[in-house]
Design a protein around this ligand. Structure first.
Ligand SMILES: Cc1cc2nc3c(=O)[nH]c(=O)nc-3n(C[C@H](O)[C@H](O)[C@H](O)COP(=O)(O)OP(=O)(O)OC[C@H]3O[C@@H](n4cnc5c(N)ncnc54)[C@H](O)[C@@H]3O)c2cc1C
Length: 295
């Protein structure tokens, strides 16, 4: 089923994001995580696409497992970085042939550890908007398309308003919904949604939620994607940083409160960055359902 259709009848959606594992052992761990999280009846689940190439084939494999083995609606992420038009079309045709109906259409990032290919990193499509236009023109309605949004602006964008206009261009080109980058402060998300609505972006905006389970990891991620760690979170995490159980409890508590506030504001959807682990996401969704904040 297309996510655009799911969003017509289900709000808020609950979705889980996974990444393609590199080894067979990591794949076994992911299947264990999927078996624990599919019991929570998410609206859909997604699998990321390795921009640097090593795990790209596994995106289709994991997306199909989500669909066929776990009977959940699934979305494959896709990045056009480093790929020529021919390769892009081959991957997308392959997705369609295997019955994938949902694609998160992304530009991706230049891999830091690889030499630039002779054609450059962005040979045919410079930005996600070009990919979305192409998908709508050549794949018509084969896929429901999502795109990425940045409540704290994309790190390369000169300013928030410019980035927002570029987001609107992606929606005008055919994106059916937006999933946001992770963020921790709902005020930032509410401002983003309000400005999106002001400039005429009407599609659903799904909030990206990353439960903190490891302090060093969260520092690394936020440095990469430009999300701010609130001062309060810094202060409260510092003394417990070396105690994994305490960090997990803290992360679950923070995200539960964050989601409750979003649900009270009628958010369109909650998208959990699971990092292929089940514990934190499971506890948060159970907390929300226990208090009837979430059906
Ligand atoms: C929900 C989500 C899922 C993700 N999944 C993956 C994944 O699976 N694999 C992966 O490798 N990465 C993933 N990413 C990261 C993403 O690839 C990076 O954030 C990347 O830097 C930008 O991708 P984009 O599709 O947002 O690009 P774009 O929309 O192209 O934006 C990138 C930059 O270009 C600017 N820009 C856009 N249009 C124009 C224009 N016309 N002219 C000039 N500048 C322009 C934007 O302002 C922005 O600064 C994900 C991000 C999110 C939020």
């Amino acid at each position: 089923m297309k996510i655009s259709d799911i969003l017509k009848t289900t709000r808020p959606t609950v979705s889980f994001e996974f990444f393609p594992p590199k080894t067979d052992e990591a794949m076994a761990n992911l299947l264990d995580t999927l078996s624990r999280l599919h019991e929570l009846r998410p609206s859909f689940a997604t699998c990321t696409y390795g921009a640097a190439g090593s795990t790209r084939a596994r995106t289709l494999e994991v997306t199909l497992k989500i669909k066929q083995q776990f009977k959940l609606e699934a979305m494959a992420h896709f990045t056009c970085v480093g790929q020529r038009l021919n390769d892009i079309d081959n991957v997308l045709e392959n997705f369609a042939t295997h019955g994938i109906e949902n694609v998160l259409a992304l530009r991706g990032d230049r891999p830091a550890n690889l030499p630039e290919p002779p054609q450059g990193w962005f040979p045919d499509f410079k930005n996600a908007v070009d990919l979305i236009r192409h998908l709508r023109k050549h794949f018509a309605e084969k896929f429901s398309l999502g795109c990425a949004g940045y409540p704290e602006k994309h790190p390369e964008a000169p300013d928030f308003e410019t980035d927002l206009r570029r987001l609107k261009a992606k929606v005008d080109a055919g994106a059916d919904f937006i999933i946001t980058q992770l963020y921790f402060d709902n005020a930032v998300f509410f401002r983003f949604v309000n400005r999106c609505r002001d400039i005429g972006i009407t599609v659903p905006i799904i909030a990206g939620i990353m439960p903190v389970t490891n302090v060093a990891q969260i520092q690394k991620f936020t440095a990469m994607c430009g999300a701010a760690v609130p001062e309060q979170m810094h202060i409260e995490l510092n003394p417990i940083a070396e105690d994994p159980e305490a960090v997990l409890r803290y992360g679950v508590d923070w995200s539960t409160r964050q989601c409750r506030e979003l649900l009270a504001a009628n958010v369109d959807g909650l998208h959990f960055y699971t990092l292929n682990k089940s514990k934190a996401t499971r506890q948060i969704v159970e907390n929300l359902r226990r208090t009837a904040a979430l059906r």
